[in-house]
Design a protein. Structure first.
Length: 263
C-alpha cells in the first residue's frame, strides 16, 4: 500500500508528463510537507526533493530562468550533503547523488561535472570492482560529457570502454551492453561514421531481441536508429524494412492491429 507522499509523487509525475507544471510543483511541495518528519537522508524525503529539483531544471531548460537552475542545483546538492553526512563520503549512495548532480548540470559546467563523475566512479570501483554495471554507467556518462564538450575522440574512448566492460560483467550484462552500444552508436552516427554506427545498432537490436522477443515495443528505438543509419548510407529498402517493422510492432502493441491481415 502506497504512503500518502508516494501517491502525491505519482500524481505529480502524471501532472509533469501532462506539462501541468504548477500542479506538479504543488503536489511535490505537499509531498515534502508529508516527509518533513523523516531525517534529511531518508530515501523518501530525498526522492521528493530530487523530483522537485528535476521539475525546476526542466522549467529552466524550457524557459531559461536562471533562478530555477540555481534552485534545482541547491536541492540536488542538499541531498548529496545529507547522504555524505549520514553515510560518509565513500558510500555508494553518495556516488548515486554525485551522478545525479553531474548529469543534471554537465551541459552548464562540464568540467565540474566530469570531476563529480570521476569521484562517483572511484567510489563504485573501490566498493564493487571494475566489472560492475554502475561502473559501466559512469563511463557512459563520462562519454556523454566529453561529447557535449566536442571532445569526440575522448567520448568515443569512454564509450568503447563501457562496451568492453559491459561485455564482461555478469549481472544485467545485456542491459548495460545495450546502453553502452546505443550511446556509442549515437556518437558515431553524429560523426557520420555510418558503417560503425550500423554495427553498434545491429548489436543492440540482436541483444534486445534475445532479451525481450522479436515483437517487443522495447525494440522500437533500436529499429528506428538502425533504419536512419541505413538510410544515410543510401540503403533505402533495408531502412524501409526497419521502419515498417517498428510500425507494425507499434500497431500490434498499442492498437491490437495485425498488419499481416491488411490487404
Amino acid at each position: 500500500m502506497r504512503r500518502p507522499w508516494q501517491k502525491l509523487r505519482a500524481a505529480a509525475k502524471d501532472a509533469y508528463e501532462g506539462e501541468d507544471f504548477p500542479r506538479a510543483e504543488q503536489l511535490l511541495l505537499d509531498a515534502l510537507r508529508q516527509v518533513q518528519k523523516f531525517p534529511v537522508h531518508h530515501r523518501d524525503r530525498m526522492l521528493c526533493v530530487e523530483d522537485l529539483a528535476m521539475l525546476y531544471r526542466s522549467q529552466a531548460l524550457e524557459h531559461r530562468p536562471n533562478a530555477r537552475f540555481q534552485l534545482a542545483e541547491r536541492l540536488y546538492r542538499s541531498t548529496l550533503e545529507a547522504v555524505e553526512s549520514a553515510r560518509g563520503p565513500d558510500h555508494p549512495d553518495v556516488a548515486e547523488r554525485l551522478i545525479t548532480l553531474a548529469v543534471a548540470f554537465y551541459d552548464r559546467r562540464p568540467e565540474e561535472a566530469s570531476g563529480l563523475l570521476r569521484r562517483a566512479q572511484r567510489i563504485y570501483l573501490d566498493r564493487f570492482g571494475l566489472y560492475d554495471g554502475r561502473v559501466v554507467m559512469t563511463y557512459i556518462f563520462l562519454g556523454q560529457n566529453e561529447a557535449l564538450r566536442k571532445r569526440y575522440e575522448r567520448a568515443e574512448a569512454r564509450l568503447r570502454q563501457a562496451v568492453q566492460l559491459a561485455e564482461k560483467i555478469r549481472r544485467g550484462r545485456s542491459w548495460f551492453l545495450a546502453m553502452a552500444l546505443k550511446n556509442l552508436g549515437g556518437l558515431l552516427y553524429g560523426l557520420q561514421r555510418w558503417p560503425e554506427a550500423e554495427t553498434a545498432f545491429r548489436r543492440v537490436l540482436a541483444s534486445e531481441e534475445t532479451d525481450y522477443g522479436a515483437e517487443s515495443e522495447l525494440l522500437l528505438d533500436a529499429l528506428e536508429s538502425l533504419g536512419r543509419t541505413l538510410r544515410q548510407q543510401g540503403r533505402h529498402q533495408e531502412a524501409a524494412q526497419c521502419f515498417r517493422r517498428a510500425r507494425d510492432i507499434g500497431l500490434r502493441v498499442h492498437w491490437g492491429e495485425n498488419p499481416a491481415e491488411w490487404s
